[in-house]
Design a protein around this ligand. Structure first.
Ligand SMILES: *[C@@H]1O[C@H](CO)[C@@H](O)[C@H](O)[C@H]1NC(C)=O
Ligand SMILES: *[C@@H]1O[C@H](CO)[C@@H](O)[C@H](O)[C@H]1NC(C)=O
Ligand SMILES: *[C@@H]1O[C@H](CO)[C@@H](O)[C@H](O)[C@H]1NC(C)=O
Ligand SMILES: *[C@@H]1O[C@H](CO)[C@@H](O)[C@H](O)[C@H]1NC(C)=O
Ligand SMILES: *[C@@H]1O[C@H](CO)[C@@H](O)[C@H](O)[C@H]1NC(C)=O
Length: 353
């Protein structure tokens, strides 16, 4: 039987516009419901909603907090499309709230077989309604035996309290940007009686200002590390100890350590470059590495790094490369220097055996 257009026409007349329940009963199509629930924080600005389809217009609506603004309709020919315009806190946004009979809106993961499309307008991070969603991750990459790392992160509106982080833990949160002005999160870190505070998010493009690479994923990943792979908060330094003793000379033994690292005894062959790198300490004023050298019945101990500008104190030329190169020779110890006047590197005698 041909579906009678007169019947449809009569039905459309029957369910008059501005009646929110547009369809008490659908005779030859599926009945759908749309719910728009105001889940904004109490005391937040008034939400205004204006929903419409090609045929219906619900006019401006001001839902109270937790109010469920809803309507139902018959989806003739599966062609119905409803969209809503939302205004809140001087922002606004328009999008379809129904354009797909299986998924409510296209490109969703889970079909809604109940034909009830439930929308919530929220300010929290589950879903950012008016703004971008960002994530901040603070990952503890300190060695397992290192002191307890304590983290306290907060913004103007959120305070996550003291957090005691274990190695490899990903302490993270998400938020919607620019809720009430510029978003800024900062963290206070404590480790081993030292502490440091800085912003972990203050820039929607770069996570924090003055970075080189924009963060297009809106995913700000921080790592707290002691090792040298990547120095996120601080400068990376390298120390090289090169055995430049004459061939066939007695074995050179080296034992280098800092307060936190101990590289154990090393037996360097001729021309071997024993090296390590580290991040200048985030939580302390001075990083200090020292080495004990044994050769040919002599031994010497001294700092090989105790100064972030000069490698070791009291040098003539600052080390802009943060690369401290030592050579062990038969007449003593040499530290590489750069002479800016002649623009040349040279090995400078530092001390005898
Ligand atoms: C749908 O809206 C009506 C008012 O139009 C309201 O009385 C009802 O509680 C709402 N439905 C739900 C599930 O909250
Ligand atoms: C699907 O329908 C159920 C039942 O009413 C509802 O709770 C849920 O929120 C709906 N899902 C979507 C994505 O609208
Ligand atoms: C984010 O933190 C939660 C605990 O709040 C944790 O379960 C989750 O694994 C973390 N995310 C990632 C990517 O590790
Ligand atoms: C640094 O040490 C590693 C071994 O730990 C070695 O492979 C590398 O060649 C050394 N670096 C240089 C520049 O010699
Ligand atoms: C070497 O440097 C240290 C630290 O900067 C300083 O206290 C000391 O006086 C200096 N010694 C000489 C001889 O310049």
């Amino acid at each position: 039987m041909n579906l009678s257009f007169i019947n449809i026409f009569l039905l459309l007349l029957f369910i008059t516009p501005f009646d929110l329940s547009l369809a008490k009963k659908c005779f030859f199509s599926e009945k759908y419901e749309i719910h728009v629930i105001n889940k904004l924080p109490s005391n937040s600005p008034q939400l205004k909603v204006h929903c419409a389809s090609k045929d219906d217009d619900f006019e401006d609506y001001y839902p109270a907090i937790n109010e469920d603004f809803n309507w139902s309709f018959c989806n003739f020919f599966d062609r119905t499309l409803f969209f809503c315009h939302f205004w809140w806190d001087s922002k606004d946004k328009v999008f379809d709230v129904f354009n797909d009979k299986e998924f409510c809106v296209r490109d969703q993961n889970v079909p809604n077989f109940s034909r009830s499309c439930k929308w919530e307008v929220r300010s929290d991070a589950k879903k950012c309604f008016f703004t971008e969603k960002y994530e901040v991750h603070i990952i503890n990459k300190l060695p397992p035996n290192s002191p307890q790392l304590k983290i306290h992160c907060a913004s103007k509106n959120d305070d996550f309290g003291d957090h005691y982080s274990v190695t490899d833990e990903d302490f993270n949160w998400s938020f919607c940007s620019k809720l009430f002005g510029d978003t800024l999160y900062f963290c206070h870190f404590w480790l081993d009686s030292k502490d440091k505070t800085f912003d972990v998010f203050n820039d929607e493009i770069y996570c924090v200002h003055d970075q080189k690479v924009p963060n297009l994923l809106k995913y700000c990943k921080w790592e707290v590390r002691s090792d040298a792979k990547k120095c996120i908060f601080t400068d990376k330094y390298e120390v090289h100890i090169i055995n430049k003793l004459p061939p066939n000379s007695p074995q050179l033994k080296v034992h280098c350590a800092s307060k936190d690292d101990d590289f154990g005894m090393r037996y360097l062959i001729i021309n071997e470059d024993f090296n390590w790198s580290f991040c200048s300490l985030l939580f302390s004023e001075t990083t200090l590495y020292f080495c004990h050298f044994w050769w040919n019945s002599k031994d010497r101990v001294f700092d090989v790094f105790n100064d972030k500008d000069y490698c070791v104190h009291n040098q003539t030329y600052p080390n802009h490369l943060k690369y401290c190169k030592w050579e062990v020779r038969s007449d003593g110890f040499y530290l590489e220097q750069y002479n800016p006047d002649v623009k040349q590197y040279f090995m400078s005698h530092y001390s005898g055996w």
